[in-house]
Write a protein that binds this ligand. Structure first.
Ligand SMILES: O=c1ccn([C@@H]2O[C@H](COP(=O)(O)OP(=O)(O)O[C@H]3O[C@H](CO)[C@@H](O)[C@H](O)[C@H]3O)[C@@H](O)[C@H]2O)c(=O)[nH]1
Length: 482
């Protein structure tokens, strides 16, 4: 299995034992990197207990998701489930705010019960998603070292971390937000407020998501370590500045490499369609892959414009149209004759194994909502991006991809206005325009940085080592062994 190393027999800490409890925010874009972090840590000889919610466990429908990895590679990864506070049949997509409220107010009580039952098994570290509002409290209660895992870019972390500064300057939480550049956040080069996470741009900051973010970023100031799914080379200054406040380790990219070598952990919350045979029949680089991730909704109006733009462009496509992409009570959001008009040029599927699709030789572009995992996976597969950010960090990720790294293009210049002619033109530009070669070249360079970070003396591998040393030191102290 790629990226999985054997336990190091010379580990100078062999007399102790680390056992980490990993608790992802229960969304696909968080579960995926947590699963691969679990494998990474277990490959370093750490015992891991991975926690899925009952609901996600039920959706994944594959029993103990680590059974295969355990038997093939002997990694000590255990699996536990916990209630998110709602019945399994509850429609979490349709009732987003109730779901988030349950995670905000109820989830920690269930987590505490689980942790209480596991401390007897030697759990001494908790690695929880930064979006949770309770990690430092729960960790303290059970005497665990507390680690926060941030599954987005360090830039986004830094802006949330400095919300108080943004507030003082009137860039967050003001009745009328300022439009001038934000040029005072340590380690962050001047940024247009329009490029910050959508939640930072909203004037009403009383929503449940705002309550979560505000509380979560108070809590993260009390944890022992932060891990981030980025690389030093991408966000050097931002990471350095954060490091002066909190031990912050860039250990990315954490993506499903194992899919390329056959051994895998099932994480998909929807069942996957296999389109490999269809892709096999298409010429190299001729297909655009389209997906808007697992979380965001798209309006029917925008979806219809995109559909027409795709038809007009004449390129081949694979389009993931999640069953709830508009809303789970809207069954068929695409224009009536879309699939028949597309004919053999394209397929529409509810979900797929994204890494398998992206790494197929026929894929030449990715129309994406700019979820952070999608960006890392696309870079890894050297697939240029067409950006259609919808909300949250996706807005900032677009800036990184298009303006800073130049590895992608905008779908629409005005984010609020999607129009079929512009969609067609953008798809054509990405797939066969003059600037395509430059974008391809840039993405190759960025991919090299990602690869470099993962070599033995690469920055992410070094940071992982430093983090684990830090864990040992902390566990030693909390165990009174120093
Ligand atoms: O058909 C599909 C579509 C997606 N994926 C996978 O699902 C994950 C999606 O993650 P991401 O691209 O980050 O998007 P979201 O699901 O939208 O993720 C949420 O979480 C991310 C960070 O954790 C944020 O960057 C996003 O904005 C937020 O919406 C990726 O690993 C994809 O490989 C599949 O396997 N099959």
């Amino acid at each position: 299995m790629a990226n999985v190393k054997n336990q190091n027999p010379n580990n100078h800490h062999k007399h102790h034992h680390l056992h980490a409890l990993l608790i992802p925010y229960p969304f696909q874009g968080h579960v995926n990197p947590f699963v691969h972090l679990a494998i990474k840590l277990a490959s370093q000889g750490i015992t891991v207990t991975f926690v899925n919610t009952h609901y996600n466990h039920h959706q994944i429908n594959s029993g103990d998701i680590f059974a295969g990895v355990r038997s093939e590679s002997g990694l000590d990864i255990r699996y536990a489930t916990v209630s998110d506070g709602l019945p399994i049949g509850f429609d979490r997509s349709l009732n987003h705010d109730q779901y988030q409220s349950s995670l905000l107010h109820v989830f920690s009580a269930h987590v505490e019960e689980l942790v209480a039952s596991l401390v007897g098994e030697g759990v001494n570290v908790m690695i929880a998603d930064t979006f949770f509002v309770w990690p430092s409290v729960v960790a303290k209660k059970f005497g665990l070292v507390c680690v926060s895992f941030w599954t987005e870019a360090a830039l986004v972390f830094s802006l949330y971390y400095h919300m108080d500064l943004l507030r003082i300057h009137g860039h967050f939480g003001a009745q009328e937000s300022r439009g001038d550049l934000i040029d005072y956040v340590p380690g962050v080069k001047a940024i247009n407020p329009k490029d910050t996470a959508s939640y930072l741009q909203e004037t009403d900051i009383s929503s449940v998501v705002h309550q979560i973010i505000i509380k979560a970023f108070e809590d993260v100031k009390k944890v022992d370590f932060v891990l981030c799914n980025t690389i030093h080379q991408f966000e050097n200054r931002t990471i350095q500045a954060l490091n002066s406040k909190i031990p912050f380790y860039a250990i990315g990219p954490i993506i499903p490499f194992n899919l390329q070598t056959g051994s895998s952990v099932t994480t998909s919350l929807w069942s996957e369609s296999d389109c490999t045979q269809w892709l096999d029949a298409k010429p190299d680089g001729s297909v655009i892959y389209i997906s808007f991730g697992s979380y965001a909704h798209v309006t029917k109006k925008d979806l219809v414009e995109i559909a027409h733009g795709i038809l007009m462009s004449k390129v081949n496509f694979v389009w993931v149209v999640r069953p709830d992409i508009v809303s789970s009570d809207e069954n068929n959001p695409l224009p009536e004759k879309f699939e028949s008009e597309a004919g053999d040029r394209g397929i529409v599927i509810p979900w797929c194994c994204q890494m398998t699709v992206l790494s197929h030789r026929s894929i030449g572009g990715f129309l994406t909502h700019c979820g952070w995992n999608s960006i890392l996976e696309s870079i890894w597969c050297e697939v240029p991006l067409l950006c259609f950010p919808l909300l949250t960090d996706q807005v900032t990720n677009r800036k990184l991809v298009v303006d800073d790294w130049e590895i992608g293009m905008n779908l629409c210049e005005d984010r609020g206005f999607v129009e079929r002619d512009e969609v067609k033109m953008s798809i054509d530009r990405l797939m066969c325009g003059k600037s395509r070669d430059e974008v391809k070249e840039a993405i190759r360079r960025v991919k090299m940085s990602l690869e470099g970070a993962l070599t033995n003396d690469g920055s992410s591998e070094k940071n992982l080592g430093l983090f684990i040393d830090g864990l040992w030191a902390k566990v030693g102290i909390t165990n009174g062994k120093a």
